[in-house]
Design a protein around this ligand. Structure first.
Ligand code: ZN
Length: 294
């Protein structure tokens, strides 16, 4: 995961440029909701502004950073679920061992959804179907107190969410919490809430599961191997012109536009601090490049 910087004012302006009446239309839907709205009560007006988010995120999934083609492969993910919040029933034992405690009903019942946020610009992010539909669904695990009546997702820190929101700067920068060790994401912090958020985000989306997310590992490996070759090109270039050519590709590979930026940036840092290990990882990448994506 990486952050996609944008201010609320700029985001609102881009939404309005796409659909001049969007804010008025969405406010009217929220004002006429029944007391206990069902999913179908929320008109899918977010599809009108989907392209704003696709562009902002360079058409990458906000959670796994895989590239997404066109409009069809991607979902408008409601970070805080709109109709109901499902209980997270199978919290992995390794998270519990790390001190992750989710504040949710003990009987496993669902909680009220965030009915004031279905059209909040900072409650959306584009996500691949695997991350959104297969793994997240209506989950929204928190450590703090559920604040589902709030209408401003920028003022809900008291919930202490265990997932990370990557648009704008209303949440921590994902790269301050998650980095990569070779092809696997790992928490950056040794202890505390920031570590638990990283662990939950990685675990819930199976971002470190080389079996369930084979295609992620294969794609990360391919790009890391390419980055390694370009970094070596910079280090060993015989002329300034050749060095500059390789550096251009390195800069492109670690830019936010390229899929798996967090992984690639972590590898570039490792190459600077431990080139021997970087070489071993680059060799290991070849194995993943040969796997069937599945
Ligand atoms: Zn994804």
């Amino acid at each position: 995961m990486i952050r996609y910087p944008i201010t609320r004012a700029k985001l609102d302006a881009e939404i309005t440029a796409k659909s001049a009446t969007w804010f008025a239309d969405t406010a009217a839907v929220v004002a006429s909701l029944p007391a206990t709205p069902a999913s179908s009560d929320f008109k899918p007006l977010w599809s009108k502004v989907k392209e704003v988010y696709i562009e902002l995120q360079h058409s990458k999934c906000c959670f796994c950073e895989k590239p997404l083609e066109g409009n069809i492969e991607q979902d408008v993910e409601h970070f805080r679920p709109k109709a109901e919040v499902r209980s997270w029933k199978k919290i992995p034992a390794e998270l519990v061992a790390e001190g992750v405690v989710v504040n949710q009903p003990a009987d496993g019942s669902a909680e009220d959804g965030y009915t004031q946020l279905p059209y909040h610009p900072f409650n959306y992010a584009m996500s691949c179907k695997t991350c959104n539909s297969t793994f997240k669904g209506n989950l929204f695990p928190i450590e703090g107190t559920r604040d589902s009546a709030n209408s401003d997702s920028a003022a809900m820190d008291g919930e202490k969410p265990l997932l990370i929101y990557p648009l704008g700067s209303i949440d921590a920068d994902p790269e301050s919490l998650i980095e990569f060790d070779a092809l696997s994401p790992v928490p950056k912090k040794a202890t505390g809430y920031g570590r638990r958020r990283a662990l939950v985000t990685i675990s819930l989306f199976r971002l470190d599961d080389a079996k369930k997310r084979k295609s992620l590992f294969k794609a990360r490996a391919t790009l890391v191997r390419l980055l390694y070759a370009e970094l070596e090109g910079v280090a060993n270039a015989s002329t300034a012109a050749k060095k500059a050519k390789h550096q251009k590709v390195v800069d492109l590979l670690v830019s936010p536009e390229t899929p798996f930026s967090n992984c690639l940036r972590s590898f570039a840092r490792l190459y600077g601090s431990d080139p021997v290990r970087a070489e071993a990882i680059a060799d290991e990448c070849i194995k993943f490049m040969k796997t069937k994506s599945g």
